[in-house]
Design a protein around this ligand. Structure first.
Ligand SMILES: [Mg+2]
Length: 129
């Protein structure tokens, strides 16, 4: 095997493989078993991330890219991703609290008196019909 275009071809191939396993994990989020039956999706995700990192390093070396710039940008992106993740968790949390409050709007329906009254009315209705 040759490394064409100083590793760019391999980098795109590995990015494609990572995209494929990431999408598979999204589609089958509640299990670790890959639908092809060939093992753990977590392990395959780890393998493809490792492959992308290796291919990225190969490209960095062959194109003499600025590693310090890449490292700083990656740290900025990581901070931004963490912020987005926290914001989406807050939105989910707020929505869950709102739904809980809405469901709590008629607490008298949960009382033993209300339940007894409901069954008395239901029994009378059945007797009449
Ligand atoms: Mg790979």
């Amino acid at each position: 095997m040759t490394m064409s275009h100083n590793g760019l071809t391999k980098l795109t191939e590995e990015c494609g493989e990572l995209t494929q396993i990431a999408m598979k994990k999204i589609a089958f989020a509640d299990t670790d078993t890959h639908p092809d039956g060939k093992g753990s999706m977590k392990l395959r995700l780890e393998e493809e991330i490792a492959d992308v990192r290796a291919a990225s390093q190969f490209v960095i070396d062959n194109f003499n890219l600025d590693e310090e710039f890449i490292k700083e940008r990656a740290e900025q992106k990581l901070s931004m991703f963490a912020e987005w993740h926290n914001q989406s968790n807050m939105i989910v949390s707020t929505n869950t609290e709102t739904i809980a409050k809405q469901n709590d709007g008629l607490p008298w329906l949960k009382s033993p008196i209300a339940i007894t009254f409901f069954f008395v009315i239901l029994s009378l209705f059945i007797l009449v019909c």
